[in-house]
Design a protein around this ligand. Structure first.
Ligand code: V47
Length: 375
């Protein structure tokens, strides 16, 4: 039997006062939390939930906090899925609609050649006219411009569209995308898996079950991916727990998820602009609950673009161990009201992490260490 440390005793007292002492004991014993436990985490005192999540974060990563030097390219905003929560989408011909050619995307890469970028993150709308060749050419053009770059691209929703355009099963398409340069897959498009939410807010897009099936195929093809949950719109707490549990079950099966990224709903310029969206405290809770329920996913990301930077710093004591990267140019959240900068410098990220009392580690997309502030 292990002896409780003084930190554990303090956390357990806090948890007992919040009525979740039994959950603290489960966490200390590395027992899996149930769906019912998950619902209780959403309804309990935030300090107690945060302290428990921080315990797990430090057990897994100590003070280490990961970031990367990356650049985002949103190659088109043309989309026919009409998701009610999205401010980024445009219909073909609508003012502001754009679609980059592969050469234009390559020019974005060229513009950053002087920076030590290791990853490009490419996600976009579902443009009905783009061909299978376009997606392959996009990957090839980026790689040709900067051969060392890791391409993290195409959400499960885009991959579903690409396979339809290729008129081939995704299992046959994935090796061709990999040969053209695809290195891993971002976590977007998952939203909330529950059928009710799918019907009410994103019914033209693949369902939760289809997202999970696509992720299963991605992982079986040998690719790593991230996973997300869009929170703070019309979903219930039970639907969030259901979402997290379904991610956890797939992870038990494939082990392919590297990082979970809770995406807080930004309402400006969307059909749901009447919804207030999550508060800073909601964002911290979401990260903490994610850390506690997703016991088999290594990393939890506080995506700084979404939240004020001091919240992302605070999140490093509420379960998060990753802050994403330098980004350079972001459109999805800035169209929906995000007021964070478009870009940060590598040195600034390092300083934010240090100011939060943590140790910065620059990683590549697959969490190989590029530079460590621990030395
Ligand atoms: O799929 C769209 C979400 C996602 C809004 O893998 C919105 O590391 C909030 O995939 N408010 C795209 N969310 C972003 C994405 C992503 C971002 C950061 C890191 C990673 C990663 C992936 O953004 C979409 C959708 O779920 N989204 N509109 C909005 N108004």
């Amino acid at each position: 039997m292990s002896t409780a440390t003084s930190a554990q005793v303090r956390i357990e007292r806090l948890a007992m006062r919040a009525g979740i002492g039994d959950l603290a004991r489960k966490v200390f014993a590395r027992e899996r939390l149930s769906r019912e436990d998950g619902v209780r985490l959403y309804r309990s005192d935030l300090h107690a939930v945060g302290a428990l999540a921080n315990h797990v974060r430090e057990r897994m990563h100590g003070d280490l906090t990961y970031f990367n030097v990356n650049q985002h390219i949103n190659y088109t905003n043309i989309c026919n899925k009409l998701c009610r929560f999205c401010a980024f989408q445009r219909l073909p011909g609508q003012p502001g609609a754009y679609a980059m050619t592969p050469a234009e995307a390559a020019a974005k890469i060229r513009a950053q050649l002087a920076e030590p970028v290791t990853e490009v993150h490419m996600v976009a709308g579902i443009h009905p006219k783009l061909t299978y060749e376009y997606y392959l050419d996009l990957l090839r053009a980026v790689k040709a411009e900067r051969p060392s770059i890791h391409i993290k691209a195409f959400t499960m929703v885009e991959l579903d569209q690409i396979a339809k355009k290729a008129r081939k099963p995704l299992e046959d398409v994935l090796p061709e995308l990999i040969a053209a340069g695809l290195g891993s897959v971002p976590g977007g498009g998952a939203e909330i898996f529950a059928d009710r939410v799918h019907q009410e807010s994103y019914h033209l897009k693949i369902s939760g079950e289809q997202w999970l099936e696509t992720a299963r195929k991605v992982h079986r093809a040998g690719l790593r991916s991230n996973c997300t949950m869009l929170h703070g719109h019309i979903e219930t707490i039970e639907e969030r727990v259901d979402h997290l549990d379904r991610l956890r079950l797939l992870q038990d099966e494939t082990g392919g998820f590297q990082t979970y990224v809770p995406l807080s709903f930004h309402p400006d310029n969307t059909e749901m602009s009447h919804v207030p969206g999550p508060t800073a405290l909601d964002e911290l809770r979401e990260l903490a609950v994610g850390r506690l329920l997703l016991d088999n996913i290594p990393h939890i990301k506080a995506y700084w673009i979404l939240m004020d930077i001091p919240i992302a710093q605070t999140a490093l004591s509420f379960g998060a161990d990753d802050v994403d990267g330098t980004v350079v140019e972001e459109k999805i959240y800035h169209e929906a009201g995000a007021t964070t900068p478009q870009k940060v410098m590598r040195q600034e990220l390092i300083q934010w992490i240090r100011d939060a009392g943590r140790v910065p580690v620059e990683r590549d997309t697959l969490y190989n260490v590029v530079w460590s502030g621990a030395n």
